[in-house]
Ligand binder design. Structure first.
Ligand code: SF4
Length: 463
């Protein structure tokens, strides 16, 4: 019932000995052996071939893989273990109108009626506009290699976007279809899952709100005037509690006990951050001068220009210039491979937030900006802390404009196709239920289209 993160929270806050996956291997082996030995005449072992959320091929568990290899005497083919000798594939059963098997719901009835081939049973579907639309979508997506409007090729000037945020551009670069769903159509995930653990995005919102409230009264105070570390840290408990209650009133997911455990841990993490930030302000003779600062600028990209908007968490002013800080709660996967100044600053557009904040900040010549930096709030993330200075941005500014120009041109042309990279880009996407588990196969059916190739090459063109 509990994932590793929840187990870790509970173990670290309550002392309950809850083992995580890595510690359970021996138990899994033992349970597997017992399950095998329990079969009297025959044992059937099965695993789902496709990952429900990414549509990628799934590998059988370690003991099951070992067993298949032992019985077949061959090595499991990594690309599709279901192809191993001795493994049978059981396709999901089609619903059918069988007298003694009740159908689950009206959708299953409709499918069974269609499968029966008896027009009198599905005449109601033929009269339904919605069904006809669904049929057209299915045919265009699955039966034709050519991209259509059902694949996000919605046509020139259908979507108008002349103003972008770093997040909307990152979505556009990662998967243009995600941009279409979230930013052009304004769809929000319908979160009906009963998840016991708090959503990391809600935890991030909470941490941001606490830091804003903590630093706002310090605006304008110089190093010697800043309150004592202990005084600020002493406020954390009440602030975290206040915002936790507010968020829970608004209706966030997660069990109250896990929220309490998560916020208890958050207090320690924020105490460490406050302590480090106060020390840094003292050492660099900086004073905080703004929190939650909104910036906006127009970037010229080819013959046109686009508006870029961003909100910066904190602005500090010191003798060396202004330092802009953006807090990050979760550390995205891409940050593991990128450091400012190296060749992977943009990661094909999937990592634009910091360069765009830097671009917005450095445009303002009235204020000499020293650098723009991320502060990762969670333990263990600091070694990956990133910052961008003026020289780094200047060296890549031309590339940045080229990249934004290409992305904006995709919106203009209405070419907002789904790019999954074998399911990799879908991992943290809210729209997985909408795109369905088959989206990885879909990309394979259509991926010879030059527009796929062009979008994937952003990674090489704008590393
Ligand atoms: S689930 Fe995958 S294909 Fe669908 S919008 Fe998200 S990233 Fe794109």
């Amino acid at each position: 019932m509990l994932d590793d993160r929840a187990r870790w929270w509970l173990e670290s806050t309550t002392g309950l000995p809850l083992k995580q996956t890595s510690h359970r291997a021996q138990e899994i082996d033992l349970l597997f052996t017992l399950a095998l030995a329990a079969g009297r005449r025959r044992v059937t072992l099965s695993w789902p071939r496709l990952d429900e959320s990414t549509g990628a091929i799934r590998q059988p568990s370690e003991p099951l893989a070992r067993e298949i290899e032992r019985l077949s005497g061959t090595v499991l083919p990594a690309e599709d273990p279901a192809g191993a000798q001795g493994v049978e594939r059981s396709p999901a059963a089609r619903p059918a109108l069988v007298e003694h098997r009740p159908l689950l719901d009206e959708h299953e009835y409709d499918l069974a009626a269609l499968a029966s081939g008896r027009p009198e049973l599905f005449a109601h579907l033929e009269r339904s506009d919605r069904f006809q639309q669904a049929l057209a979508a299915h045919t265009n997506r699955w039966r034709r290699a050519a991209l259509s409007d059902y694949d996000g090729i919605v046509g020139r000037h259908t979507v108008t976007a002349s103003s972008f945020t770093p997040t909307s551009l990152q979505d556009l670069a990662a998967c243009p279809f995600r941009f279409l769903l979230r930013h052009a159509l304004g769809l929000q995930p319908l979160d009906e899952r009963v998840e016991p653990t708090p959503d990391p995005r809600d935890l991030g919102r909470l941490a941001h709100a606490v830091l804003e409230e903590l630093f706002r009264p310090l605006l304008g105070l110089r190093a010697g005037e800043l309150p004592e570390r202990g005084q600020l840290i002493g406020q954390l408990e009440a602030l975290v509690e206040k915002h936790r209650r507010r968020l829970q009133r608004e209706g966030v997911r997660g069990l109250p006990v896990l929220w309490r455990a998560a916020t208890q841990q958050m207090r320690d993490e924020l105490a460490r951050i406050v302590s480090e930030e106060l020390a840094r302000l003292g050492e660099t003779s900086c004073r905080p001068v703004d929190v939650e600062l909104s910036l906006c600028g127009r970037m010229s990209v080819g013959a046109t220009n686009v508006e870029i908007r961003g909100r910066l968490d904190r602005v500090d002013e010191g003798t060396g210039g202004i330092v802009i800080t953006d807090y990050k709660w979760s550390q995205g996967r891409s940050f593991h491979t990128a450091k400012a100044g190296d060749k992977r600053l943009f990661a094909g557009g999937r990592q634009l937030q910091l360069p765009l904040y830097a671009w917005l900040a450095f445009r303002d010549d009235r204020r000499p900006i020293e650098r723009v930096r991320y502060v990762f709030l969670r333990l263990g993330a600091r070694q990956h802390a990133l910052s961008v200075d003026r020289a780094t941005l200047a060296a890549r500014e031309h590339d940045l404009q080229g990249l934004i120009g290409e992305l904006a041109a995709r919106v203009d042309a209405g070419e907002l196709l789904a790019v999954t990279d074998g399911g990799e880009r879908c991992r943290s996407c809210d729209f997985k239920p909408l795109c369905g588990p088959g989206r990885v196969r879909l990309e394979r059916i259509k991926s010879t289209d030059a527009r796929y190739v062009a979008h994937r090459s952003l990674e090489q063109g704008y590393p």
